[in-house]
Design a protein around this ligand. Structure first.
Ligand SMILES: N[C@@H](CCC(=O)N[C@@H](CS)C(=O)NCC(=O)O)C(=O)O
Length: 218
C-alpha cells in the first residue's frame, strides 16, 4: 500500500513549495496540513516538537519527522528512488556529488540574496512593511554576480548538474518564481542561458501544479 506523507505549511512559503514540487516529481502521495503563520501556529509548542526552529515546512513519513526543505528533498529522492523522476538525485556517486554541489550553491550563494529580494519585493508590500532600498540594492548586486556564474555554466550544460533536471534545478524554482514576477525579473530574463533554463524548469507540470496551489487561499 502506498504511504501518504505529511507536509506542514502553506504552499506560498518558498521552502514548503520546494518540498511540494519534489513530492510531485517523485509521485509520492502527500497530505498538506496548513499551518497558519498569520496566527503564529508555527510557534506553538505542538508544532515545535516537529520543527524546533518554529519555521515551515515540517515533514512526516511513517514514524520519522524532518525539517529543512533541502534535506527533506534529499530524503524523498532517496527513499522513493524507484518511483517518479529517477534522475532527481542521480544514480551514482559522481552524479550525486554534482547535484549536491549545485544544491549547496543554491543554498549558500543563490538563496541569501534572492531570498532577501523575495521578502522585500513580494512579501513586504503584502505585509505593509516598508521596503529597505539599501538591502534591495545590495542583494541585487550579489544576485547578479551569482547569476553571471550560472549564465556561464548553463552555456555549457542544459541543467545545472548536467543533462538532466535534478534537485539542483528544482531548488531554485521557489525564489525565482517570485522574482520573475517583480521589477527584478530581468536579472533572469536578460541572461540568455539563465532565461532558457528558467523557461524549461518552470514549464514542468510538477511546478505548474505548485504555482496553482499557491493561488488557492490558505
Ligand atoms: N532553511 C529552512 C528555512 C525555512 C524558512 O525560512 N521558512 C520560512 C518560510 S519560507 C519561515 O518559516 N518563516 C517564519 C519564521 O522564521 O518565523 C528550510 O529550507 O526549510
Amino acid at each position: 500500500m502506498a504511504t501518504t506523507v505529511k507536509v506542514f505549511g502553506p504552499p506560498m512559503s518558498t521552502a514548503v513549495s520546494r518540498v511540494l514540487v519534489c513530492l510531485l516529481e517523485k509521485d509520492v502521495q502527500f497530505q498538506l496540513i496548513n499551518v497558519s503563520m498569520a496566527k503564529g501556529e508555527h510557534k506553538k509548542p505542538d508544532y515545535l516538537k516537529i520543527q524546533p526552529f518554529g519555521q515551515v515546512p515540517a515533514f512526516q513519513d511513517e514514524d520519522i519527522s524532518l525539517f529543512e526543505s533541502r534535506a527533506i528533498c534529499r530524503y524523498i529522492s532517496d527513499k522513493y528512488s524507484k518511483q517518479g523522476n529517477n534522475s532527481l538525485f542521480g544514480t551514482n556517486p559522481l552524479e550525486k556529488a554534482s547535484i549536491d554541489q549545485w544544491l549547496e550553491a543554491e543554498g549558500q550563494s543563490f538563496h541569501p540574496p534572492s531570498g532577501a529580494l523575495v521578502f522585500q519585493l513580494a512579501f513586504a508590500p503584502r505585509m505593509k512593511i516598508k521596503q529597505d532600498e539599501n538591502l534591495i540594492k545590495q542583494s541585487e548586486a550579489k544576485l547578479s554576480k551569482v547569476l553571471d556564474v550560472y549564465e556561464q555554466r548553463l552555456g555549457d550544460s542544459r541543467f545545472l548538474a548536467g543533462d538532466e533536471f535534478t534537485l539542483a534545478d528544482l531548488s531554485h524554482l521557489p525564489n525565482t518564481q517570485y522574482l520573475v514576477n517583480t521589477e527584478k525579473g530581468n536579472l533572469f530574463k536578460e541572461r540568455k542561458n539563465v532565461g532558457r533554463w528558467w523557461d524549461e524548469i518552470s514549464g514542468r507540470d510538477s511546478w505548474k501544479k505548485v504555482v496553482e496551489m499557491q493561488k488557492s487561499p490558505a
